[in-house]
Design a protein around this ligand. Structure first.
Ligand code: FES
Length: 250
């Protein structure tokens, strides 16, 4: 299970209320993680247990008594006596609107996509109850972008990228390499190998941290594209690397 943000190591305990449930957690825990620990699922895309909270997708928006706006649960630390609401109509509408914008810039080829059934974007669209997309498809630029298949183990398909930057952050925070970056702004923004090179010619060490954290089919193992989703997998770590290899078998 991914609780959304790294755990806090504080010895101090803070108690807050989430959807009426009292939740005691270590001080410094994010609202997203506190909710998850209490069994309350908040939709998320850019957050992950092994990455520092970034707050870019805004899908984890919640309502907090006494606070203006709808803050991101992943970047908001818990406070004593805090009252959080995760399922109000206002929050639900915002999340649906955000997902609508993501999907309006994403190819709708789920049935033939290699990540079908193992795609966080697909899961989140369902979780927020997205039923229609009112905007015309805006991702034409990305569709014409070329796939980078230079790496022997994985492909990079920019047409599927939602620019959550999980891959860029995993490269830096998990592996300590700076092989990836985000180029451009707005619709033009895209993940790229630093220096504008192909993945194979960049500083990429093929550790797989980016592939493991990608929530869509942007970074995909070639073995999955060729042979389909594995039926089971195991994660292991060794003394040399912090990634945690994912061994997958049919
Ligand atoms: Fe919190 Fe993306 S998961 S902003």
């Amino acid at each position: 299970k991914d609780y959304g943000t790294p755990p806090s190591v504080s010895a101090e305990t803070v108690t807050l209320t989430i959807d009426g449930v009292e939740v005691p957690v270590p001080a410094g825990t994010s609202v997203l993680r506190a909710a998850s620990l209490a069994g309350i699922t908040i939709p998320k895309l850019c957050a992950s247990d092994n990455l520092e909270a970034f707050g870019s997708c805004r899908l984890c928006a919640v309502q907090i008594e006494g606070k203006k706006g709808l803050p991101a649960a992943c970047t908001t630390p818990v406070e004593e006596g805090m009252e959080v609401h995760t399922r109000t109509e206002r929050v639900a509408t915002l999340r649906r609107n955000i997902m609508e914008l993501y999907i309006s810039d994403h190819p709708l080829d789920c049935l033939t996509c290699p990540a079908n059934g193992d795609c966080e974007l697909q899961d989140m669209a369902g979780a927020v109850g997205l039923r229609e997309v009112r905007y015309g498809f805006a991702g034409a630029n990305h569709l014409s972008a070329e796939k980078d298949e230079s790496n022997p183990y994985f492909t990079f398909d920019p047409s599927k990228c939602i620019v959550c930057s999980r891959c860029v952050r995993a490269c830096e925070e998990v592996q300590g390499t700076f092989a990836l970056t985000i180029d451009g702004r707005g619709f033009e923004s895209k993940v790229a190998a630093a220096g504008g090179e192909a993945f194979l010619d960049s500083e990429c060490v093929s550790c797989g941290a980016c592939v493991q954290t990608c929530p869509t089919a942007t970074l995909m193992e070639k073995s999955v594209i060729e042979a389909g989703q594995p039926t089971h997998s195991a994660i292991t770590t060794c003394a040399y690397c912090g990634v945690g290899c994912s061994f997958k078998a049919e």
